[in-house]
Ligand binder design. Structure first.
Ligand code: SAM
Length: 233
């Protein structure tokens, strides 16, 4: 594991460039980070995108795996990086040696994602962990969908939020996506289904990601807890 990330996870603290320490909060867990890395190692995206950087923990996990697969670029969008997060996410990414890989934008996701659609940019992978209300997440998903290449992957964080489960229900009912394992996780990997493919399991990413899920459940992940606590989607 990258030394910067290891030290943050063991101390549970981060520091700004002027050396002031802050306790770590709002970040994904190590388990989620490992899962994101497994998805990236499996799908080998060239260009990835992330909404919501905070102290940069998910970005550090993502960049570490992107390096291994020789990815070109990781686009990060967060309007509050220098206000709420004191620039610490970006500082961590620089300390970890990923300055050349990231393309950071201090902007609202719906504004910068719209700009990317105007530019006709394309991405292979997206992780959405920004504003967690239904409207924002749906708009993030809508715009990411416009950018995503066929066979691309979108991961939504915080599936415990009813707002995010509602987005998942909407996506799975109305858009050409399929979900690897809708019942068991806080993270939902959904795989883009190009119109030319009649059946999602035909896509090579589908089988590979399902195997990741099955391995995780086999390792003792509680596959039923979230299902029973919350309305399924
Ligand atoms: C839960 S935190 C992200 C945690 C981060 N992914 C990690 O694991 O370290 C949510 C982030 O979303 C950002 N955010 C809030 N509203 C946003 C918006 N409209 N567009 C993009 N990011 C937004 C916040 O500034 C915050 O950094």
């Amino acid at each position: 594991m990258n030394e910067t990330l290891r030290s943050i996870l063991s101390s549970r603290s981060v520091s700004s460039e002027d050396g002031i320490a802050h306790s770590l909060h709002s970040s994904i867990s190590q388990e989620e980070g490992n899962f994101l890395q497994e998805i990236i190692r499996t799908a080998r995206p060239q260009v990835s995108l992330e909404v919501g950087c905070a102290y940069g923990i998910s970005s550090l996990f993502i960049c570490e795996a992107l390096r291994e697969v020789n990815a070109r670029k990781h686009i990060i969008i967060d309007p509050n990086q220098h206000s709420a997060w004191k620039g610490i996410g970006l500082a961590n990414l620089r300390r970890a040696g990923y300055a050349d890989l990231i393309d950071f934008h201090e902007a609202l996701s719906y504004q910068y994602l719209s700009h990317l659609t105007e530019e006709r940019a394309t991405i292979d992978f997206a992780f959405i962990d920004g504003m967690h209300t239904f409207d924002y997440v749906l708009v993030d998903f809508f715009l990411v969908d416009k950018l995503l290449k066929p066979g691309g992957i979108v991961v939504l964080d915080d599936l415990l939020y009813p707002s995010i489960r509602s987005v998942c229900r909407y996506v799975l009912s109305n858009l050409r996506y399929t979900c690897v394992d809708p019942q068991s996780r806080e993270l939902v990997p959904v795989i883009f289904l190009p119109a030319s493919l009649p059946n999602p399991p035909d896509h090579p990413n589908y089988a590979a990601l399902q195997k990741l899920e099955q391995d995780r459940i086999g390792e003792g992940h509680d596959a039923t807890r979230h299902w029973t606590d919350h309305k399924p989607f």
